[in-house]
Ligand binder design. Structure first.
Ligand SMILES: C[S@@+](CC[C@H](N)C(=O)[O-])C[C@H]1O[C@@H](n2cnc3c(N)ncnc32)[C@H](O)[C@@H]1O
Length: 396
């Protein structure tokens, strides 16, 4: 299990650490070893049987899913993965319950007016969309917005500590490998962009928002989300790390910012948790608040249209078994069409896959910025050999 380094991390006893380590190890086993085993079962047994029966290979992810569903290895993989996912959150609850009052105190001190570098603006009148308030996404009890006392920030702590268990080190020490890899890449690749105002949509606890401040210290960086408990935690977390970031409670479908007010509008791992109609509104809002010449960029799971049927099935597993109802509809979209429909010029569309700075190291990551950007069919869907981040977007 990854140990968070910042001041808000939960104090854990030996048993709690052991439990978290066990869950991280179990997840690593399922997602590395068993996933490799399942692929071998597909190649050796299930796919040949499919070909014999149909005289062709599967044409898409759903056909792979249907064919592999009765397979015992798939059932074992899926049940262990669901169990491990539930255990991620269960492993955080005991230390979270014990630390709750202390956490609130620390957050209040860190965010004290006059001392804080950034800010927190909540909107108690905001209606949290049903796509957040009505489900426990990826089995996270209470979801992002669950509040159980005044000024509650437990959902933020649950997410931060849960992600540390869930990611078994693959997201970087500060859980910000995505932000560090992408914000740094944009700075290398587009040195003339020099953004003055940067917006992160669906920022949750701001773990990837802060990276923009690191790479563009002169810029004003704002993260928005609908979930107040996560934003309270995000604010305290950024302050604990000495980052001036402004967090605002807002719905990305109707942003409370004037037209043409940002140079970069970013999101990471956000759109796949939004219903299809909401995505269209969010893209239109991103277009509206971007300045001419500004960049909209979404880091996301790669679209099914760019993956082999097996990889499409594998990535869509969450849609079927991990309480992610909007996952597959998003991955079935064509990202370029989302951009065009929002008003972006097709000639200014871009997409790329970049190496994770933490996984591949700085040299490989830097080299990627010297090559023409784009996607590579060999790499977009690669699941086991390293970590690559897929992004799409457009200049306005
Ligand atoms: C998977 S998390 C995003 C994770 C984070 N951006 C990252 O880099 O890991 C999705 C977030 O989107 C937020 N969200 C969902 N719908 C939203 C909306 N319409 N407007 C703003 N935030 C929204 C949720 O509250 C949640 O915090």
């Amino acid at each position: 299990m990854l140990e968070l380094k910042h001041e808000l991390k939960l104090a854990k006893n030996r048993d709690e650490k052991a439990r978290m380590n066990f869950v991280s190890g179990l997840r690593a086993h399922v997602l590395n070893d068993m996933a490799t085993g399942m692929r071998a079962v597909w190649d050796a047994d299930v796919e040949p049987a499919f070909r014999r029966a149909r005289g062709r290979g599967p044409k898409d992810g759903p056909e792979v899913h249907k064919a592999i569903k009765p397979n015992e290895y798939f059932k074992f993989y899926s049940s262990l993965r669901v169990t491990a996912q539930d255990m991620v959150w269960q492993s955080v609850f005991p230390p979270l319950e014990r630390n709750r009052p202390a956490l609130k105190d620390k957050a209040a001190k860190l965010g004290r007016a006059g001392k804080a570098r950034g800010s927190l603006t909540l909107d108690p009148a905001l209606e949290v969309p049903r796509s957040v308030s009505a489900i426990d996404v990826h089995l996270m009890a209470g979801n992002y917005d669950g509040e159980y006392e005044e000024g509650d920030l437990a959902a933020g702590a649950l997410y931060d500590n849960g992600l540390a268990v869930f990611s078994f080190g693959l997201m970087g020490q500060n859980l910000d490998d995505i932000g560090q890899s992408i914000a740094g890449f944009i700075k290398l690749k587009y040195p003339d962009l020099k953004p003055r105002r940067i917006l992160d949509l669906g920022c949750t606890i701001g773990h990837n928002t802060g990276s923009w401040k690191d790479h563009f210290p002169e810029a004003e960086v704002t993260g928005i989300d609908v979930a107040a408990p996560c934003l309270r935690y995000a604010h305290a977390r950024a302050e604990a790390q000495g980052r001036a970031v402004h967090f605002k409670q807002m719905d990305a479908q109707s942003l409370g910012f004037p037209d043409a007010s940002f140079d970069v509008v970013f999101s990471s791992m956000f759109l796949h948790e939004v219903p299809r109609k909401g995505i269209e509104k969010i893209m239109a809002e991103a277009y509206r608040v971007l300045k001419p010449g500004g960049l909209m960029l979404h880091m996301e799971l790669p679209p099914n249209s760019q993956l082999s049927p097996y990889d499409a099935f594998y990535l869509d597993w969450d849609g079927a078994y991990n309480n992610e109802p909007f996952y597959k509809p998003f991955r079935d979209c064509k990202p370029e069409e989302l951009c065009w429909r929002a008003g972006f010029d097709p000639k200014k569309y871009l997409q790329f896959v970049i190496p994770s700075i933490g996984w591949y190291g700085e040299q490989v990551w830097r080299e990627a910025a010297t090559r023409p950007i784009g996607v590579d069919n060999d790499k977009t869907g690669r699941l086991t050999d390293g970590i690559l981040w897929y992004c799409f977007g457009a200049f306005k």
